[in-house]
Design a protein around this ligand. Structure first.
Ligand SMILES: CC(C)(COP(=O)(O)OP(=O)(O)OC[C@H]1O[C@@H](n2cnc3c(N)ncnc32)[C@H](O)[C@@H]1OP(=O)(O)O)[C@@H](O)C(=O)NCCC(=O)NCCS
Length: 143
């Protein structure tokens, strides 16, 4: 995970973030493995707070990007969120992250705000995206 993280973000999570995120009862991590090499293709880290699911991290190994892994992880994560009783999903994304924004938009996330200078490494703002899971999310019909 830390290798994908380092390849994906300017300020990668340290390894202990993942350990804490796997062990905590509010955390609901998902990973996608490819077979037969069992390489880790990507992961999604969710945090359930009351009826809100916070998408804390989503990353796909550069070698596996553009093949539907990110969409699959997000769709399954939101399916799981509904099962856990979440009503809404929120996340932050860089305005410059056009690939991620397009993915979120395709799942009906909408922009509800902006955090100026949120990313401390370079001062870029964060966009706050929101999804009404009950009314605007389309759950998977098959597993
Ligand atoms: C964003 C990310 C998770 C997407 O994962 P992915 O597996 O490559 O995405 P998918 O192949 O599932 O594509 C899903 C959708 O994302 C969008 N997308 C993905 N790559 C894109 C690109 N290079 N340019 C524009 N849109 C892109 C498209 O809408 C695509 O749907 P489409 O294929 O029907 O057009 C991946 O690029 C990544 O890990 N980036 C670095 C980490 C990151 O930015 N995480 C998000 C933080 S908020």
């Amino acid at each position: 995970m830390t290798a994908i993280e380092a390849a994906s973000f300017a300020s990668p999570w340290p390894g202990y973030f993942f350990q804490a995120g796997i062990l905590h009862k509010q955390a609901h991590p998902l990973v996608c493995l490819t077979l037969p090499g069992k390489a880790l293709a990507g992961y999604l880290c969710l945090w359930l707070q009351d009826h809100e699911i916070q998408i804390q991290n989503l990353a796909v190994h550069p070698a596996f990007r553009g093949r539907g892994v990110g969409r699959h992880l997000l769709q399954k994560g939101l399916d799981l969120s509904l099962e856990l009783g979440a009503r809404e999903a929120v996340l932050e994304v860089r305005p410059s992250n056009l690939a991620a924004r397009r993915l979120y938009r395709s799942l009906n996330f909408s922009e509800i705000g902006r955090k100026p200078g949120y990313y401390t490494n370079d001062g870029e703002d964060a966009l706050i995206l929101f999804l009404d899971l009950k009314n605007t999310f389309q759950p998977s019909t098959v597993d």
